[in-house]
Design a protein around this ligand. Structure first.
Ligand code: PXP
Length: 239
């Protein structure tokens, strides 16, 4: 059965819209776990636009499941990860001007940097995951640099506007997941997944863990965090 990692970044986005002390992403994480989340995810961005170091430190103390830290492979972030010791680090590309993470990390062009980060993190007992596009050469490279896991970028599939492009993007994800499994990588998926798009994965049994944030936090505004997580967890359990 696939697992659900709940990203609480956008609880912090709402807090930072007023630059005050609520809503509290840590409270959202606790509620998510109560409702059955298998892991909690946060992205500590270079510009600290939503999640702050303080959030990651408190989460490290209170998260009972697994704490997944998304970050760029910079020296600053690696030092923070080595200090806080999340269970998993997911390496992502980062641009200051982007609204959200726009593409997977290109580990063919950034092979040296990615390999060094993976080695450093693994030596510290932190599992590694690389957020990559559903591209077979990228997946082979993730295996070559010895990452434990990959997270397949599902954004192009979730945002596809026509049936043929949706089908095309989904088949890229399926092929990428099969390649990952063949290479014995842990295969996760995420970005842009909502309560509708998750259903495309029914019957495929290729993804170990879905990483989902925006759609869950959006629903939580109307139904509460626990209900929003329960609803997604139920859809994943039924895949
Ligand atoms: N996975 C990664 C690597 C991401 O950067 C994000 C966005 O922060 C997500 C998953 C979750 O995406 P969404 O918020 O669209 O569910």
């Amino acid at each position: 059965m696939a697992e659900l990692a709940v990203n609480v970044d956008h609880v912090a986005t709402l807090r930072e819209a007023r630059q005050i002390h609520y809503p509290e992403p840590v409270a959202a994480a606790i509620a998510a776990e109560t409702a059955g989340a298998d892991a909690i995810v946060v992205h500590l961005r270079e510009d600290r636009r939503h999640i702050k170091e303080r959030d990651v430190r408190i989460l490290r103390q209170v998260v009972q499941t697994r704490l997944i830290l998304e970050m760029a492979a910079t020296n600053e972030m690696l030092n923070i990860a080595l200090d806080i010791k999340p269970d998993v680090v997911t390496l992502v590309p980062e641009k200051r001007e982007e609204i959200t993470t726009e593409g997977g990390l290109n580990i063919i062009t950034h092979q040296g940097m990615a390999k060094e980060a993976v080695t450093t993190l693994k030596n510290a007992g932190i599992q590694t995951c690389i957020f990559i596009d559903p591209d077979l050469d990228q997946i082979k490279m993730a295996h070559k640099i010895d990452s434990d896991m990959i997270e397949i970028h599902t954004g192009a599939f979730c945002e596809a506007k026509t049936e043929p492009s949706r089908n095309h993007e989904f088949s890229r994800i399926v092929n990428a997941a099969k390649m990952g499994a063949k290479l014995k990588l842990g295969v996760n998926a995420g970005h842009g997944i909502c309560y509708r798009s998750i259903q495309a994965f029914k019957g495929h049994n290729l993804i170990h863990e879905f990483s989902i944030g925006h759609s869950i936090v959006s629903r939580a505004i109307l139904t509460g965090m626990e209900q929003a997580v329960r609803d997604m967890k139920k859809l994943i359990d039924e895949l």
